[in-house]
Design a protein around this ligand. Structure first.
Ligand code: ADP
Ligand code: ADP
Length: 228
């Protein structure tokens, strides 16, 4: 059961210095419920792959198939967590986290109950009525993670979600995200440069590398790891 297929994808950007090949013929698949990480050096094209999968980039070659459907823009079953915090500054913590439920038309009382569960999960109970400007960067990132998890996306894409967090929070939050991912059997792609994090959380790690001539390739490592 393959959930996400990226087939021979290339992306070139035209810049003043000329054409930059950000991604060059990358292919991989993720099975339903699988947790896959991509690691690789800065500039190898990880974020470009992430943005292509999220439907945020057009003009690439190759194809991206999500749940059997070729995508050409943002897909409703995909939830994304970005490296840079992306909270709504004019909304309190609880109204940030409840936002996707509000869009779905979930009544206020009900969406607050659900939002509180996720706020607790990311360790921000007691901060529900604060505004993002009253929180640290790491706390804002946790709000953004809770806001993505709250609508239980079938496919979860995360680009360096824990980069702004201290080590302790990173491990704690990683464990919680993994627990939810396993409970919901979410198909998950994590982009990280933290190899420990990739190995701890993933079923499989894809290593994106540069080869001589700047062609990028993916090396696939399976982690035979018992799961609880
Ligand atoms: P990574 O996430 O692995 O650090 P990126 O996907 O951000 O890599 O970038 C891959 C390459 O593509 C880099 O050389 C980067 O400078 C270039 N690149 C990415 N986005 C753009 C863009 N919008 N315009 C021009 N070049 C870009
Ligand atoms: P950053 O990495 O941006 O500093 P953190 O999320 O690690 O952000 O939090 C930084 C500080 O914010 C903590 O040292 C603590 O003082 C405060 N803080 C974070 N989470 C909580 C919490 N759940 N309860 C109370 N204070 C917190």
């Amino acid at each position: 059961e393959i959930d996400l297929v990226i087939q021979d994808v290339s992306m070139r950007f035209n810049t003043r210095e000329g054409t930059v090949t950000a991604v060059d013929g990358v292919s991989f698949e993720i099975k339903r419920g699988e947790f896959v990480s991509i690691i690789g050096p800065s500039g190898c094209g990880k974020s470009t792959v992430f943005n292509i999968l999220g439907g945020l980039v057009r003009g690439y070659d190759g194809s991206v198939v999500v749940g059997g459907e070729r995508i050409s823009g943002p897909h409703a079953s995909i939830g994304m967590v970005f490296q840079e915090e992306s909270t709504f500054p004019w909304r309190t913590v609880i109204d940030n986290v409840a936002f996707p439920l509000e869009v779905k038309g979930v009544p206020k009382a009900e969406r607050y109950v659900i939002a509180r569960k996720f706020i607790d999960m990311v360790g921000l109970t007691g901060f529900e009525q604060r505004y993002p400007s009253e929180l640290s960067g790491g706390m804002r990132q946790r709000v953004a993670i809770a806001r993505t998890l709250v609508f239980e996306p079938k496919i979860l894409l995360m680009d360096e979600p824990f980069a702004a967090l201290d080590e302790q929070t990173r491990v704690l939050l990683g464990d919680k995200v993994l627990k939810i991912q396993q409970d919901l059997r979410q198909t998950t792609l994590l982009i990280t440069h933290n190899i420990t994090e990739a190995v701890q959380l993933s079923d499989r790690v894809l290593i994106m590398t540069f080869r001589p001539g700047k062609v990028k390739r993916i090396v696939d490592i399976n982690l035979p790891r018992p799961r609880q």
